[in-house]
Write a protein that binds this ligand. Sequence first.
Ligand code: NDP
Length: 324
Amino acid sequence: MEYRRLGKSGLQLSALSLGSWLTFGQQISDKVADELMGIAYDAGVNFFDNAEGYAAGKSEEVMGKIIKAHGWERESYVVSSKVFFGTENKGPNRIGLSRKHVIEACHGALKRLQVDYLDLYFCHRPDKQTPIEETVWAMNTLLQQGKILYWGTSEWSASEIMEAIRVARQYNLIGPTMEQPQYNLIERNKLENEYLMLFKEYGMGTTIWSPLASGILSGKYTSGKAKDTRLDMKGLEWLKESALTEVKLAKVEKLQSYADELAIPMAKLSLGWCLKNPNVSSVILGASKTEQLKENLTTLEVLPLLTDEVMANIDRIMWTRPTL
Ligand code: NDP
């Protein structure tokens, strides 16, 4: 496994990490979740990603039980939670980024994950109703209390992140260390365009999500091999609709032919492509089956095959590179 610094911070994350969205406490059994975490940990994965909103808190409960059952040393792993969406929809103060919810959500996550502190704590979305100042102060209270070690954002705009940095500087507080954006061969703008100044000037780290665009970039939807997938899950019609568009599938089909030519499995090509970006600190993998995770965890071996020429050919096939 390769380890990368989370931006300019001192923390090192495995280049490949494991997340639990839609899987833990929802699509897969607790037994499969346990197997996935065991496989990942044994392969050197040291970062496990979670959020209060995943399966309404159940994902954190499942992960907490697994961590406890394995008895892994606390120093050997990094665990995250995210605040914003809440675990249940009961009243106005169980969501968002107010001081009240940021602090209560942290307490809830610590309990469900059965840990004394969260290594990473993300604001899962920007909260347009709460002053950024209030959120930055709340994060710093938690830092001072030792309940979180690093805080960051997810899917914030560059200007919102800049505002958080500005507020932190104004009051001598600690600003955001990392962002968690979507990044894959289809969605490239934030990482390759919008955030460039944040990387250069502030050394922001990134833990990127949906590296396979919910599985499409594994090629299984174009090869006819997709079965028992997340896109068949009830309630995820919105995801299916946005994921399986004609334009995307046509591009993926072309990419599949190129991957075949290179003799690189599509999932590994797509994941390896994400890792080639030096501003990516960790690629968060998702998996509903142990075979998927085992395959994805061997991605590092394809990196030497992704030469400049191959990367340029991929650009020409996908036509998703942002124009700067
Ligand atoms: P991906 O885009 O990589 O999708 C993972 C899914 O793709 C798997 O669950 C599986 O789905 C399928 N898959 C994975 N590997 C293979 C393979 N080798 N062959 C075929 N199919 C495969 O990542 P996720 O969307 O799951 O995101 C990863 C993590 O990022 C999440 O768990 C979460 O921690 C984080 N995240 C954060 C968000 C945020 O807003 N901050 C938003 C979304 C995710 P299937 O069941 O269909 O087979």
